[in-house]
Design a protein around this ligand. Structure first.
Ligand code: PRP
Length: 210
């Protein structure tokens, strides 16, 4: 059996849809339940549903053989994982945003950046030699500039609606993010056949989409 960790939230529906197109389906009953672990209809795959940032943890420790998680989370994580496939789902951008598009040149003193993505933000500003104070938040990051907690944010943008409705505009784009298949290194060797079958089924489902 192969255990697949799915990131709950923005990734979940797209991941389940793609897996279903690859022939790996959860029953209606499992889909409608609140169980956090369920077997697929063949009993060959077990799905576990965890917070996005925990997907790399479960997969690196081998509790899950594989996972579906956004590149944003992987850039933030230091887990040592194999990344065989870009699934193209939940496409979004990681950006720097502020109330004023010229904020980068206007802020006096050290720029305060609120974010859930402290590693990505530090690396981005560090590479430009811009000293920043990172303010770590867990969500609703778009509130921080309006309330005076930060000058800018680093966050995900999908439709742009959250930025717009909170009076923010994109200052810089850092990276694109899509859902990725990640695989535990040991599982890749020890369950080579099953993992290869999963990768191939997903590749076929992806190619069928184009
Ligand atoms: C993300 C991100 C933004 C929003 C962007 O939040 O942090 O708040 O989605 O989407 P939009 O451009 O389509 O408006 P997410 O739903 O991942 O949850 P969060 O509140 O934990 O950040």
């Amino acid at each position: 059996m192969i255990t697949i960790a799915i990131a709950k939230g923005r990734m979940q529906d797209g991941a389940l849809l793609l897996l279903a197109r690859a022939g790996i389906c959860l029953s209606e009953e499992a889909l409608n339940s609140r169980r956090l672990a369920s077997l697929d209809e063949t009993g060959r795959y077990r799905f576990i549903f965890v917070k996005p940032a925990d997907v790399p943890v479960y997969v690196e420790h081998g509790i899950a053989d594989c996972g579906v998680v956004g590149r944003d989370v992987l850039l933030e994580s230091e887990a040592d994982l194999l990344l065989p496939l870009d699934l193209g789902i939940a496409r979004c951008r990681i950006v720097v945003a502020a109330a004023d598009a010229q904020a980068m040149t206007k802020v006096q003193g050290m720029i305060r950046v609120a974010t859930k993505y402290s590693q990505i933000a530090s690396a981005h500003f560090g590479a430009r030699g811009i000293p920043v104070e990172i303010i770590q938040l867990s969500g609703s990051v778009e509130l921080a500039p309006a309330l005076g907690l930060a000058d800018m944010i680093v966050d995900l943008v999908e439709t742009g609606r959250t930025l717009r409705e909170n009076g923010l505009t994109i200052v810089e784009e850092i990276a694109e993010s899509t859902g990725r298949l990640v695989v535990n290194r040991a599982s890749y060797q020890l369950k080579a056949e099953e993992v290869a079958r999963l990768i191939q089924a997903l590749e076929t489902a992806l190619n069928g989409k184009q």
